[in-house]
Design a protein around this ligand. Structure first.
Ligand SMILES: Nc1ncnc2c1ncn2[C@@H]1O[C@H](COP(=O)(O)OP(=O)(O)OP(=O)(O)O)[C@@H](O)[C@H]1O
Ligand SMILES: [Mg+2]
Length: 243
């Protein structure tokens, strides 16, 4: 099993959209048994996959000692793709993890999911706290979506510092130029400065995911956006294999 975090300290950079679309490619194209783990209270991943949030949310916390988050897993409309939605406890997760004092709680839970899944993808909230530290400890690879702007470049530096701060054995980081629009000079310059970074175009097909409540590969499989996401997944698999 390999786990992949889609993470940035900056909000609105395309983390949720990318996490959902990558999870779909992993399951539907690569035929990996995949779990998308939504760690954001906004529940965006579930929304994009058209999974109804449970009416009665779990009262007990999925992170409390002895509890089993696997009980909260829901199937999606796609074969091989399951969702672990954010439950009520996610609001206080950071404090809870701090209180538990177990630095590898999330890593241990993820490891246990390896019995069932080939790939676990984390959709992370834009935070820098105990939760993000735990995600970085649990992840085999950290994907950082980065729209070409000085502010996201700054956010990327913060993520790199945070990941490296975990010391030896920290996961590799894969920056991804997101929402790339080559008609804009700033974007063009960012592309030229980082020719080897994977890139996801600014595309109305990707925006439409939230309207269709489906991954782009499911409703526009031949679009350039779907191709870019599939290519990114290939780059991720290659990176995982080279570790
Ligand atoms: N490549 C893209 N092209 C066009 N629109 C995009 C693209 N990627 C994301 N978006 C749009 O940008 C907005 C933010 O995306 P998303 O919610 O995935 O970001 P996020 O990083 O998860 O945000 P948050 O930090 O709030 O969790 C959404 O409206 C989404 O549809
Ligand atoms: Mg999000």
């Amino acid at each position: 099993m390999a786990s992949i975090a889609v993470y940035s300290v900056k909000g609105g950079v395309g983390k949720t959209t990318l996490a959902v679309n990558l999870a779909w490619v992993a399951a539907s194209v690569s035929r990996r048994k995949t779990l998308l783990w939504d760690l954001d209270a906004a529940n965006g991943s579930g929304f994009l996959l058209g999974v109804d949030p449970r009416k009665k949310r779990s009262a007990d916390s999925m992170f409390a000692d002895g509890s089993d988050p696997a009980k909260l897993i829901q199937p999606t409309a796609y074969a091989g793709l399951d969702l672990l939605p954010a439950d009520e406890s996610i609001r206080t997760l950071d404090r809870q993890l701090d209180r538990l004092g177990k630095k590898k709680r999330l890593a241990k839970l993820t490891e246990a999911l390896g019995k069932t899944y080939d790939r676990v993808i984390f959709d992370c909230p834009p935070v820098l706290n105990e939760l993000s530290a735990q995600v970085i400890r649990a992840a085999d690879l950290v994907i950082v979506p980065l729209p070409p702007s000085p502010l996201s470049a700054r956010a990327f530096e913060v993520v790199v510092e945070e990941v490296r701060g975990q010391g030896k054995g920290h996961p590799p980081i894969l920056p991804v130029l997101s929402m790339l629009d080559l008609r804009r000079s700033l974007h063009k310059a960012a592309r030229e400065a980082n020719p080897n970074w994977p890139a996801i175009p600014l595309a109305s097909a990707i925006e439409q995911c939230a309207v269709e409540q489906q991954p782009v590969g499911a409703f526009a499989p031949r679009s350039p956006a779907a191709r870019a996401i599939a290519q990114l997944w290939t780059a991720i698999e290659r990176k995982l294999a080279s570790q």
